[in-house]
Design a protein around this ligand. Structure first.
Ligand code: CO
Length: 460
């Protein structure tokens, strides 16, 4: 029987895409055992923005959340998203930090680590993949899917082969903007199946309305696993619905591994939670709709709304058409980086500044300068030589990895923190988000002291 596996995203990507990652652990704790018995290939529950959001908004220790999920879900593989050398943020960390993070993630319950680099520079995922395999977890190499004159089936095959050589266990096509069409998915998955001998996973978003069709064609071409979200947390900027695709593939004769009645229970649990976020404004109904602008402009939806808000702030919406023309030009000058964070912001901001200043690259942000110095990694295509010359003023861009220029950081930070950090996990929270973690540590201490005080009162 043909098989297709499902990765449930309600705890991570759906949560992040629809309600800015505001689901507290208490909201989904009662349903974890049910999710565990549904028959998913994996459950994406950590990484991405969940870590920051736990510390910043939910007063939760992200490591404790992971351990608690693991305890409730011993039978389903837990999965996280990792930005290679950037771990969960946007700056590069030294190798010792990347390795320690992965060691702790696996120790606390992680089974699958999906690893990507915003530029698809494999040097930036190498250490993370190596450590994931050393720790005995599953390393999934993710290709950031984008459209440009230099990104094509051949370039993606090369990337997948490089990842296979590196030892990854699976390859994921990560279409963060939801712009991969059914035809492209069929061609790309078929080509990957022919050229690498690893399971192929497809991740996309419903933003532009393509997702169901794209996943259908991807599976027809041989995709082994697809990412979906339980229906009440699906659609719009989230993933396509789990139950719908389970229904379709079961009818087509695939073994999905999923149990319909269990899926129904999971959805019944999340429905009132979705309604509460809708009623209280945490979920904007607009993100649930279909927005085809990304197809018209070849610019991801989130980036487009950023451009509009920047221009509105500067009272310059009359320049919108010029910015839309300038954006692909900037992207070309920078060697066609995939339009994923932080590149999407950098390209967008530069385009706005080029138009508003009335002169191209009169002002260049420090991020774009760092990019041109090679601090983010290798550009996918050729960077405009005159621009490099102008910005670096004769300096040579970096040849090797930026991480090689960084001093080891973990032990040093651990010593500096002393007993502020109670364990290595705390040290890692601090390295990832220093101010946020510090505030979290202080609040945690205050909560505990208050609790201790009240328990004395109770005794008396
Ligand atoms: Co995503």
């Amino acid at each position: 029987m043909k098989k297709v596996g499902f990765t449930e995203t309600v705890l991570r990507d759906a949560n992040q895409s629809l309600i800015a990652t505001r689901l507290p652990f208490s909201a989904f704790e009662p349903i974890l055992k049910t999710i565990d018995s549904a028959g998913y290939y994996s459950c994406e529950c950590w990484g991405g923005a969940t870590f920051d959001s736990c510390l910043r908004y939910l007063s939760e220790d992200p490591w404790e959340r992971l351990r608690n999920i693991k305890k409730a879900m011993p039978n389903t593989k837990l999965q996280m998203l990792l930005r290679g050398q950037n771990i969960l943020g946007y700056k590069h960390y030294p190798d010792d930090v990347v390795r320690k993070f992965i060691e702790l993630a696996v120790k606390n319950g992680m089974d699958i680590i999906r690893i990507f680099d915003a530029l698809n520079d494999v040097r930036n995922i190498e250490v993370a993949v190596d450590e994931t395999l050393k720790q005995g977890a599953i390393a999934s190499g993710a290709i950031c899917y984008t459209i440009s004159p230099i990104h094509n089936i051949e370039s993606y095959i090369k990337l997948a082969k490089d990842m296979e050589k590196m030892g990854v266990n699976t390859i994921c096509i990560k279409d963060m903007a939801g712009i991969m069409t059914p035809k492209e998915a069929y061609a790309l998955v078929s080509a990957l199946k022919e050229n690498v001998s690893l399971p192929i996973i497809v991740h996309t978003h419903s933003t532009t309305g393509l997702a169901f069709m794209t996943l259908l064609k991807a599976v027809e071409a041989g995709a082994d696993v697809i990412d979906t979200a339980i229906s009440c947390f699906s659609g719009g900027t989230s993933q396509a619905a789990t139950e719908t695709l389970e229904y379709v593939f079961t009818e087509m004769g695939y073994d999905t591994g999923l149990d319909k009645e269990t899926l129904r229970k999971i959805n019944a649990h999340f429905k009132p939670i979705r309604d509460k976020f809708l009623n209280e404004g945490g979920l904007n109904p607009r993100v649930l709709g279909t927005d085809t602008d990304a197809l018209n402009y070849q610019i991801p939806g989130g980036m487009l709304s950023n451009l509009i808000s920047q221009l509105t702030q500067q009272n310059a919406m009359d320049k919108f058409a010029d910015v839309l023309v300038e954006t692909p030009n900037v992207r070309k000058d920078l060697g066609y980086p995939p339009l994923v964070t932080p590149m999407s912001q950098m390209v967008g901001q530069q385009a706005v500044s080029n138009v508003l200043a009335g002169e191209r690259y009169k002002v260049v942000s420090k991020e774009v300068k760092a990019y041109l110095r090679g601090e983010y990694g290798r550009a996918p295509g050729e960077v405009d030589g005159a621009l490099v010359e102008k910005v670096l003023m004769g300096d040579k861009p970096l040849e090797g990895r930026f991480a090689d220029t960084l001093e080891p950081q973990f032990e040093k930070t651990k010593a500096e923190l002393g007993d502020v950090a109670r364990n290595d996990e705390d040290v890692m929270s601090y390295i990832s988000f220093p101010q946020v973690a510090e505030k979290f540590f202080n609040d945690r201490k205050a909560r505990e002291e208050k609790k201790a005080f009240y328990s004395i009162e109770e005794v008396e």
